[in-house]
Design a protein around this ligand. Structure first.
Ligand code: ADP
Ligand code: ZN
Length: 227
């Protein structure tokens, strides 16, 4: 059965962590626009060069560039089984284009998972966040430190801090979330697709809540298919 999910929430809400767990358990393609852009930047592509000016400052990358990148990605065969879209749509323009393109296809959205966290906690999570250069594992120097400073427990890779994980960019990212992304959430709330999850809890508890939402959706819709 197809399972198309959007995961939303401000920077630091834990979208990456939950996405990894969802991807593993439900076997759907994880599409993170942030990761895709960082990859383009690493490979120094034309898109990467254009995107990096915006990302460093904590601004959204222009809609045309983002939309084209995502639609290309969604047309790949690994998305046929379902997708988990992380970081898109992040503006009403993106949401409208996306909805029109997918609405009559099996790629339309089934669930929106909205991770909520208060602002103080977000700042703390982001400023203390460290990421493995090799495998992408995420640490927090206060709450989830690696066993050895600066080194990944999983793979021994070097830990780094994202160029936009500083107070100044973060302030702008939070502002752009308020101004540009909150209307996207309102839009999907009107369609009754949004499930709010309290993401201030421990990772285990947040995951239990996320799993419950997805499993309930699957249980209800498998029954319908059988009837
Ligand atoms: P976070 O959610 O932690 O802010 P992401 O890794 O999802 O970070 O994204 C990092 C940056 O990539 C964003 O601040 C923005 O500049 C850019 N970006 C990601 N997704 C989009 C999008 N849908 N539209 C425009 N810019 C985006
Ligand atoms: Zn690693």
């Amino acid at each position: 059965m197809k399972l198309n999910i959007l995961i939303m929430g401000p920077a630091g809400a834990g979208k990456g962590t939950m996405s990894e767990l969802i991807e593993k358990k439900y076997n759907i393609a994880h599409i993170s626009t942030g990761d895709m852009f960082r990859n383009e930047i690493k490979n120094n592509t034309q898109l990467g060069q254009r995107a990096s000016e915006y990302i460093k400052q904590g601004l959204l990358v222009p809609d045309e560039l983002t939309i084209e990148m995502v639609l290309n990605r969604l047309s790949q065969p690994d998305c046929d089984n379902g997708y988990l879209l992380d970081g898109f749509p992040r503006s009403l323009i993106q949401a409208n284009v996306f909805d029109t393109k997918v609405i009559e296809t099996p790629k339309d959205v089934n669930l929106v998972i909205n991770l909520t966290v208060d602002k103080e906690a977000l700042i703390d999570r982001i400023v203390n966040r460290r990421i493995c250069r090799k495998c992408g594992a995420v640490y927090n120097i206060n709450t989830l430190p690696p066993k050895q400073e600066g080194i990944c427990d999983e793979c021994g890779g070097e830990l780094y801090q994202r160029a936009d994980d500083n107070r100044e960019s973060l302030e702008r990212r939070m502002q752009s979330y308020e101004v540009e992304t909150t209307p996207v959430l309102t839009h999907y709330k009107r369609l009754n697709l949004v499930h709010d999850i309290n993401a201030s809890q421990t990772i285990e508890k947040v995951w239990a809540d996320v799993e419950k939402v997805i499993d309930e959706y699957l249980a209800q819709n498998t029954q319908k298919e059988e009837m």
